[in-house]
Write a protein that binds this ligand. Structure first.
Ligand code: ADP
Ligand code: MG
Length: 605
């Protein structure tokens, strides 16, 4: 997207607006800016990371009340006297307080899933709201008044026009920071939260940490908005920080387009203007009683959700010329950035050929009465390809989940590089050097092929949120993307780097998963039906790649139904049926094993 052009236009409009508009409209724009800041956080939290929060208004309240209290109290307690009534210090105190509260609340609620998470946000949203109204020092339900206006470089920001510049500058900074963040290593992890937590953990990503980061950022944006609000309004009471406003913020995000950064401003703008407009006009049509605007607004929102569930921003984008769009489904001959100069990431050294790397010892996994794996044992050595075969439902994928710690065996042990994996998480196992693909492809369809694969290299980078927000992690980012590109070229998807992953054929998506797994620099690779859906040529290419990896010393375990593929490639085969291992041996042994022929091939010998 031509981000610079949008920002440039907005800047010009923003600079001219307060000079050209009447004061009350500037105030309206200020409110839009205040709301946008909160909604921007919600877009991140709800739209990007998939966590619905009704409680954002409470964080706005925290920011507002902190500064209201610190700047209006005649006599601050001794331990707070250093704040000296300065709104700027109050901003920092408010942000720190909000961060602490968000960490506390987040550590409890972010573990909730499904409907429980939004319900949890309602619960603490209400609690904080009542806290504001109850604490005597906060002025009860009357609130606090006499909040000073802000002063910046000696200039008093008393008028709406003055506040306008500060407010919109802060908002723009927040948008830029957000856009930077989303285009980074941490950002990719955050974007993977919505539909790929199991996959993300298997790629070594700490999903709880990512959730916490985004929860914190959205809370800090809200608190900043609250601080601005307090100094603009010059008094606070609990009303604007309750659940009702929390819902309004969500509506703004929905209307604008909940997954889109710019949708935040659009949504906040449209709903605020519409409400204002309805408030002005409806009484003259319907008489002055009743809050008709709320009813009509509600109906309009329902209609919009029907017509455009994605919100207005994506609709607007659709109408833009193609050259503006970030990525198109067609291949882009020129890469977005030149990745050829990036230094390679550190690589782990592979164990010497023939080392025992992975061992399943009497693995049993029961699902209720069903025994999906029953006392299965086998060993995988570095520099070999071992096939796990067997009819559908034999328990192969279940075994993969036990090996990679995605699931926990009911009985038995997995040893990886000599270490018992009992109690280890999929993430830890991934960090130890095991990587996998999934039978049912798990990728983020809306992310590019390159970004999806870069998720695999997440654990090989270190740069965090702050460097991402200020874009000082470019070097590492280039390294990660270069690695992703290299692995994609290696698996033969080099021409699809900037395509949406969801637009690839299913077979290609499987291959993408192999590139993603390779990106994590593993020494053991588990591939669940990698050749399914591939054409003959693609299968041959895959076979060659796996052969090469084997020569390098990789240990590869694969589940595959294509017997030609298996027999021509692998070193050894383990056969499963009804959860049990029924045979193990060289391909030629397996081909003539009576038990295998009987069970696996239905006796067709
Ligand atoms: P395969 O990969 O060999 O085709 P699976 O490992 O996917 O087989 O499945 C083995 C058996 O375990 C099947 O009967 C399947 O329905 C059952 N199964 C797998 N996962 C679960 C689960 N999470 N809950 C209950 N049953 C499961
Ligand atoms: Mg399976």
């Amino acid at each position: 997207m031509k981000l610079r052009l949008i920002i440039g236009t907005l800047l010009v409009v923003a600079i001219v607006a307060p000079l050209a508009l009447p004061s009350y409209q500037v105030t309206l724009l200020n409110y839009i800016g205040l709301y946008s800041l909160v909604v921007l956080g919600l877009v991140l939290l709800t739209g990007v990371a998939g966590m619905t929060s009704f409680g954002q208004a409470a964080f706005v309240g925290l920011g507002a009340y902190t500064t209201a209290y610190l700047t209006t109290s005649e006599q601050l307690p001794a331990w707070l006297s250093w704040t000296a009534g300065s709104p700027w210090i109050a901003l920092i105190v408010g942000l720190v307080l909000t961060a602490v509260v968000a960490l506390l609340i987040g550590s409890i609620t972010l573990k909730l899933s499904g409907h429980y998470l939004p319900l949890g946000t309602i619960a603490w949203g209400i609690s904080l709201y009542y806290l504001f109204g109850t604490l005597p020092a906060m002025g009860g339900h009357t609130g606090l008044s006499g909040i000073p206006s802000l002063t910046l470089f000696g200039i008093s920001l008393k008028s709406s026009e003055d506040m306008f510049y500060l407010l919109w500058a802060l908002l723009l900074a927040a948008v830029l920071i957000t856009a930077n963040l989303l285009n980074s290593r941490e950002g990719r992890a955050i974007r993977a939260l919505k539909n790929g937590q199991l996959m993300a953990e298997s790629m070594g990503i700490n999903t709880f940490r990512s959730k916490m980061i985004i929860f914190l950022i959205s809370a800090l944006f809200a608190a900043t908005s609250g601080w601005l609000y307090a100094h603009m309004q010059r008094f606070v009471n609990p009303t604007p920080f309750g659940l009702g406003m929390g819902i309004d913020y969500l509506f703004m995000a929905l209307v604008g387009g909940v997954g889109h950064v710019w949708g935040a401003i659009l949504g906040a703008g449209i709903l605020t203007m519409l409400k204002q407009w309805l408030q002005d006009w409806l009484p003259s049509i319907l008489g002055s009683d009743g809050q008709y605007e709320t009813i009509i607004l509600g109906l309009l929102i329902v209609l919009l959700m029907q017509k455009s569930p994605e919100g207005l921003w994506p609709n607007l984008l659709k109408r833009l010329p193609a050259s503006w769009k970030p990525y198109t489904k067609k291949a882009q001959p020129t890469a977005k950035t030149d990745l050829s100069n990036a230094a390679p990431l550190d690589k782990r050294s592979l164990p010497t050929k023939g080392t025992k790397v992975l061992e399943a010892k009497n693995i049993t996994r029961r699902f209720g009465g069903l025994v999906a794996n029953n006392q299965v044992s086998f060993t995988l050595y570095s520099g070999e390809v071992l096939a796990l075969i067997g009819p559908n439902g034999a328990g192969k994928s279940t075994m993969f989940n036990q090996l990679s710690a995605v699931d926990t065996p009911s009985d038995g042990d997995v040893y990886f590089l000599g270490e018992n994996l009992k109690g280890k998480t999929a993430r830890e196992v991934s960090h130890m050097g095991m990587s996998r693909t999934f039978q049912h492809v798990k990728l983020i369809p809306s992310m590019t092929v390159l970004e999806n694969v870069a998720l695999g290299a997440h654990q090989r980078g270190q740069k965090g949120v702050l460097s991402a927000a200020f874009h000082s992690e470019r070097q590492e980012e280039q390294q990660i993307l270069a690695e992703a590109k290299y692995q994609l070229e290696r698996v033969g998807l080099g021409e699809y780097l900037y395509h949406e992953a969801g637009s690839l054929a299913l077979g290609q998506q499987r291959i993408l998963e192999i590139a993603r797994a390779l990106c994590s620099d593993p020494c053991v690779l588990l591939l669940d039906e990698p050749a399914a859906g591939l054409r003959l040529q693609e299968k041959q290419a895959l076979s060659e790649l796996l052969n090469k990896l084997r020569q390098e010393g990789m240990a590869i375990l694969l589940v595959e139904h294509d017997m030609d593929f298996v027999m021509n490639l692998v070193d050894r085969i383990v056969v499963m049926e009804f959860g049990e291992k029924i045979a193990e041996g060289l391909p030629e042994e397996i081909q003539t094993n009576p038990a295998v022929l009987e069970a696996y091939l239905g006796g067709a010998a």
